[in-house]
Design a protein around this ligand. Sequence first.
Ligand code: PLP
Length: 298
Amino acid sequence: MTNVAVLLIDVAAADAAEPAEGWSSTIRRSSPDAPTLLVTDLAAIRGDGIFETLGVLGGHPQQVEPHLARLAHSAAMLDLPAPNAAQWRAAIAAGAALLPDDEQGGIKLVLTRGPEGTGVPTAWVMASTAGNAFESERTNGLRVALLDRGYDHNVAQTAPWLLAGAKTLSYAVNMAAQREARRRGADDALFVSSDGYVLEAPTSTLIARFGDRIVTPRTDIGILAGTSQLSVFDFATSGGLKAEEVLLTPDELRTADAAWLVSSVRLAAPIIAVDDTQLPLDRELTDAMNTALLAREV
Ligand code: PLP
């Protein structure tokens, strides 16, 4: 990998008061090629941990506070110690400073349960350049395949131990869904609850437009609350559109005037097909959404 920087965070140090030299003194740079993680780390052997990915533009990390809030929410869902926001802010700033100003980048925040038996979490920040991996999707759109997630839409209430809605390191299922979508000739998957409601994509939130109304699946149905979706809703409502969180069926989605997958690094990619049903590509709104996402305050 090129342009990857790794910063290790001493989480144990965050239990004490801020050191005189500041939180950055509890963060240590490592090489991405150096062996860093113990093979006994519960992230490696059980996927037991959480993460966040935030975008970096012009050297500025975007939406730091919403991502830190979501990291704290995921930590609480997994009974992990609450992240020290000031320490993570320092690590994010240090990571962003290592990225070039003239390229889109991303920063991953990772917090694991740590090596088995120690009770000491492992934490790091990884900053990397994103290249133009998603540019073609933003321009040409993408096709999604609807895949059953195997849970009812009320899974978060009936089975909270399934951690639906937490951003855990157990994303093997999400990656398997993307491979299945590609086998079906699509570019990405879109999960549907077993009782028939559209949920989210494996790494993105769904937004759809019906006339002057834009909608997204409700966040209390076992899906991740997207930071990009919130930004798009802010932008859309300030431009006069109505915005709503809804329960949406696949049949309703197929009648949308436009739809998108949105996430921090992908930004807004228009959906041009749901299985075999074509959807219109709203060029003007797509471009406006991406301009708004790119212009967000840090
Ligand atoms: N849904 C899932 C399952 C995700 O993993 C992600 C992001 O990685 C999103 C939605 C989009 O979230 P955000 O817009 O905060 O990047």
